[in-house]
Ligand binder design. Structure first.
Ligand code: CP
Length: 322
């Protein structure tokens, strides 16, 4: 299988073979995934929620980091496509005896795996795996370090499109720990590719990457200034597990200046929607009254995640005829 060396997720026809990153994913491929997901939303609302697009295929979920939403919705999505799903319990696997990631993957490939869904704390791990698997195996990045979380970025833009329709008129704010967030990076690449004209990132200077402006975003340190008249408020989790040194005084201090409360949200447009990828730290990055309020689309994000993951898996497998 020939894959584009500059973008090793695309084959010689520019079709998706792996999904590794939203950076460099062409707009037509991104729209193909969103449009396919639209039809899978219909499937997930039927009495019989199954289609045969991955019948006979084996999907291996290999999560080297914890997950609730991503792992579960990938499993549901694969089952709704009629695939066999194997969830490798990493803590009980032979990685704890020193087996390398590539040896683990080679052994699973020998069990006739067709697709690997990979989460890993190391940025680039899914690329490494994609480089070593056989030509008929597909790799989907389910979050690698602070690098990318492509299906999360896709379900976020799917949610935004659902509620706001047209990206070309939108002002989007992404708030919090941008420095450690793979979700922020994936959202920025997706929104930019789909034509969003104004993306703001808001946070303390210690949690904003110094080169973030090269992605075409505007930087705000003041929450209320940054939220003024935005259509979309995308909050992020503080990634405490990735913080080295004291980048923040405390969660309470962060909440005081950057927590999304009703009062802070009032600065955004009255019909602004609020996203959060989860898991949420209530009272740190978001107040419960906002998380559970009428402008929150946090739970629809989770539901749409199933349709997005069905779309990605059928497209990489070459079984989507939209
Ligand atoms: N949004 C997200 O990646 O959540 P999980 O860590 O629960 O998968």
């Amino acid at each position: 299988m020939w894959l584009d060396p500059r973008n090793p997720q695309l084959n010689k026809n520019g079709e998706l073979h792996h999904l590794l990153s939203l950076d460099g994913l062409p707009a037509d491929v991104m729209r193909q995934i969103l449009d396919a997901a639209e039809s899978f939303v219909g499937v997930t609302q039927r009495d019989v929620k199954k289609v045969p697009l991955l019948r006979g295929k084996s999907v291996f979920n290999i999560f080297f980091e914890n997950s609730t939403r991503t792992r579960t919705t990938f499993e549901i999505a694969a089952k709704r496509l009629s695939a066999d799903v194997i969830n490798l319990a990493i803590a009980q696997s032979s990685t704890s005896k020193g087996e390398s990631v590539l040896d683990t993957v080679a052994n699973l490939a020998a069990m006739q795996a067709d697709m690997f869904v990979v989460r890993h704390a190391a940025s680039g791990a899914p690329y490494l795996i994609a480089k070593h698997v056989g030509p008929d195996i597909h790799v989907i990045n389910a979050g690698d370090g602070r690098h990318q979380h492509p299906t999360q970025g896709l379900l976020d833009v799917f949610t935004i499109r659902h509620y706001k329709k047209d990206f070309t008129q939108l002002r989007v704010a992404i708030i919090g720990d941008i420095l450690h967030s793979r979700v922020a990076r994936s959202q920025i690449h997706a929104l930019t590719t789909l034509g969003c004209p104004e993306i703001r990132v808001i946070g303390p200077r210690t949690l904003i990457p110094s080169d973030i402006k090269s992605l075409g975003v505007q930087v705000y340190e003041d929450l209320r200034e940054g939220l003024k008249d935005v259509d979309v408020v995308s909050t992020l989790r503080l990634q405490n597990e990735r913080m080295k040194g004291s980048l923040l005084a405390s969660g309470q201090e962060f909440y005081k200046y950057y927590g999304i409360t009703d009062e802070a949200l009032a600065v955004a447009k009255p019909d602004a929607i609020v996203l959060h990828p989860g898991p949420m730290n209530r009272g740190v990055e978001i107040d419960s009254s906002v998380a559970d309020g009428t402008q929150s689309v946090i739970l629809p994000q989770v539901s749409f995640g199933i349709a997005i993951r069905m779309a990605v898996m059928s497209i990489v497998a070459g079984n989507w005829r939209g």
